[in-house]
Design a protein around this ligand. Structure first.
Ligand code: CA
Length: 233
């Protein structure tokens, strides 16, 4: 490993002992380790763009699964979930949070280090784009770029986020209120009309004919739904 540029690993774990062990092992392996004692701190530290996250499933303030989903919304970082042994098969079955790996406690730190290394060596080959309708529309999740028929489309951050959320929730109709909640915190103005205005602007940029949309459909009296076909579905 290049010592001048150590990979950053964020550990989100409330148990002091496990946090300490992980931080000792990670530092020994040459990684720059940052620790968070709870979910809130973890969500804050993930903004520092770690190269990998080790996330405990059971945290005092937030559910590890929710944290995992939230990290996934904004970052393409590998996530290794630490899970407790009890009830593990049931719990694992219900996972849809998008963790890359699961390690059951009690675990061997050496084994975990081997997995950390494996995931970090894979980084960069992870898919960071969503291809729609046979590549007609491509959404690059990390660089916030979008292309339509290979030509770049210039979207505002809000339009980009709106599009990404519609695509990620394509199996359901999203109400204007849900869209507000999901996009909020980024420069969304808090009214239904603002949602309509952003959707209108987005459509003008990505739809050939806004009256017969190929991507974003208005569900009258309810909200919006993404109707394009994601190529990997
Ligand atoms: Ca815990």
């Amino acid at each position: 490993m290049d010592k001048s540029d150590p990979k950053k690993v964020l550990v989100i774990e409330d148990e002091d002992k496990i946090r300490e062990i992980l931080s000792v092992y990670l530092n020994k392996e040459g990684y720059a380790c940052t620790v968070a004692h709870n979910g809130e701190e973890g969500m804050r530290l993930v903004c520092g763009h770690p190269d990998l996250v080790i996330l405990d499933l059971m945290l005092p303030d937030m559910d590890g699964e929710d944290i995992c989903k939230r990290i996934r919304e904004d970052y393409n970082v590998p996530i290794i979930m630490l899970t407790a042994k009890s009830g593990e098969p049931d719990k694992l079955k219900g996972f849809s949070s998008g963790a890359d790996d699961y390690v059951v406690k009690p675990f061997s730190p050496r084994e975990l280090m081997a997995r950390v290394k494996a995931h970090l060596s894979r980084t960069g080959t992870r898919k960071d784009f969503i291809s729609i309708n046979g590549g007609r529309l491509i959404v690059y999740k990390n660089s916030f770029e979008v292309t339509l028929d290979t030509a770049p489309v210039s979207l505002t951050p809000t339009e980009f986020r709106l599009l990404k959320i519609l695509i990620e929730n394509r199996r359901t109709v999203l109400t204007r209120n849900q869209l507000l909640d999901l996009v909020q915190g980024y420069d969304f103005e808090g009214t239904d009309r603002a949602v309509d205005a952003h959707v209108k602007n987005l459509r003008q940029k990505i739809e050939k004919d806004t009256r017969t949309p190929e991507f974003i459909k208005t569900i009258y009296g309810v909200g919006y739904r993404f109707i394009g076909t994601v190529d990997e579905d």
